[in-house]
Design a protein around this ligand. Structure first.
Ligand SMILES: Cc1cc2nc3c(=O)[nH]c(=O)nc-3n(C[C@H](O)[C@H](O)[C@H](O)COP(=O)(O)OP(=O)(O)OC[C@H]3O[C@@H](n4cnc5c(N)ncnc54)[C@H](O)[C@@H]3O)c2cc1C
Length: 288
């Protein structure tokens, strides 16, 4: 591991100044479950690591603010799993958080770190995308909101500007019942990153939002407004046809050691049908 300076600012403005001053040579540190590994294996070699856990303005709270449920920069996967409202209103996110690593990893891994790492296999990304998540970033020019769909570019790359820190992730409060679910496929049981991830969110007007990950450079979100996927009476074969159209942008890497492209695409279609079926059931339960 290359030597680096370690900074632990206590004020947000100081962290922003440190990150802005060093640009790509500085890295924020939250739970460290991604960053420490990359520092050790040398794929990241920053001069300065800025630990954000001591910043007074940042927290791990989950609370409602202006029609959104806000997850602070220090909210861990364990915090998400323990939150009754998240389990009730955003079950796909709770299910995704439960898939992340082990208990020890979930106790440290933050939701914000999962997004800033921008892995195509990040488990929580599809759920955040189907729920319409947005990033809250603070930088030298103040605070801004960025839809998560505009934030994720490709593995390790986001649209965060120089000097910016993510202070929270926000999800709109649901405006009615919905059925949602997160599914994933891994190469083996236990610890493993996903070969395919999928989240589905369905509302009573027949709209179905799906997001799939690990089958391309970044997770993708698509919307079915035909009502075909949400209709119990439509046969699976017709739904499979609609899913095939919606998954057109899936492009798994042919060089991944985790699974071949044909397998991933086949599993994406399997998860698609399972996800839609589960969402219909859950929407039915939520409306009855
Ligand atoms: C054994 C193991 C198993 C894992 N299993 C899974 C899994 O099943 N599914 C999955 O999705 N992930 C998995 N991970 C990856 C990891 O746990 C998650 O990506 C985690 O959520 C990252 O959060 P963190 O707080 O640890 O981030 P860190 O490692 O601290 O940071 C990750 C990246 O985000 C940046 N960052 C962090 N906070 C901020 C901020 N506030 N503003 C700007 N940039 C920031 C950092 O600079 C870094 O680039 C696993 C990791 C390990 C070690």
């Amino acid at each position: 591991m290359r030597a680096f300076a370690y900074e632990r600012p206590t004020r947000l403005a100081d962290a922003v100044a440190l990150l802005g001053g060093h640009g790509p040579e500085a890295r924020a540190l939250a739970g460290g479950t991604d960053l420490i590994i990359r520092l050790r294996d040398g794929t990241l070699r920053p001069q300065v690591v800025v630990d954000v856990k001591g910043i007074a303005e940042l927290d791990g709270d989950i609370r409602e603010v202006d029609g959104h449920v806000r997850f602070g920069a220090l909210t861990t996967m364990t915090d998400i799993l323990r939150d009754e409202r998240v389990r009730r209103d955003y079950p796909a996110l709770a299910e995704a958080a439960l898939f992340v690593g082990s208990v020890q990893i979930r106790n440290r891994a933050t939701l914000v770190g999962n997004m800033c790492n921008a892995s195509p296999a990040a488990d929580t990304a599809p759920a955040l995308l189907v729920y319409g998540g947005r990033i809250v970033a603070m930088g030298p020019n103040g605070s801004r909101h960025v839809p998560l769909d505009d934030f994720l570019v490709r593995s390790g790359v986001t649209t965060l500007d120089r000097g910016e820190l993510v202070t929270a992730i926000e999800l709109p409060v649901a405006d009615g019942p919905r059925g949602s679910v997160h599914l994933r496929r891994t190469r083996r049981r236990g610890h493993d990153l996903a070969s395919v991830t999928l989240a589905v969110s369905m509302t009573r007007d027949g709209t179905t939002r799906l997001s799939y990950g690990s089958v391309g450079p970044r997770p993708v979100v698509v919307v079915d407004e035909t009502g075909v996927l949400a209709d119990r009476r439509v046969p699976d074969a017709d739904k499979a046809g609609r899913l095939h159209e919606l998954f057109a942008d899936a492009s798994p890497s042919p060089t991944s050691m985790r699974a071949g492209p044909e397998y991933r695409l086949a599993m994406l279609r399997v998860l698609g049908l399972r996800g839609v079926t589960a969402a219909i059931e859950r929407l039915g339960a939520a409306t009855s």
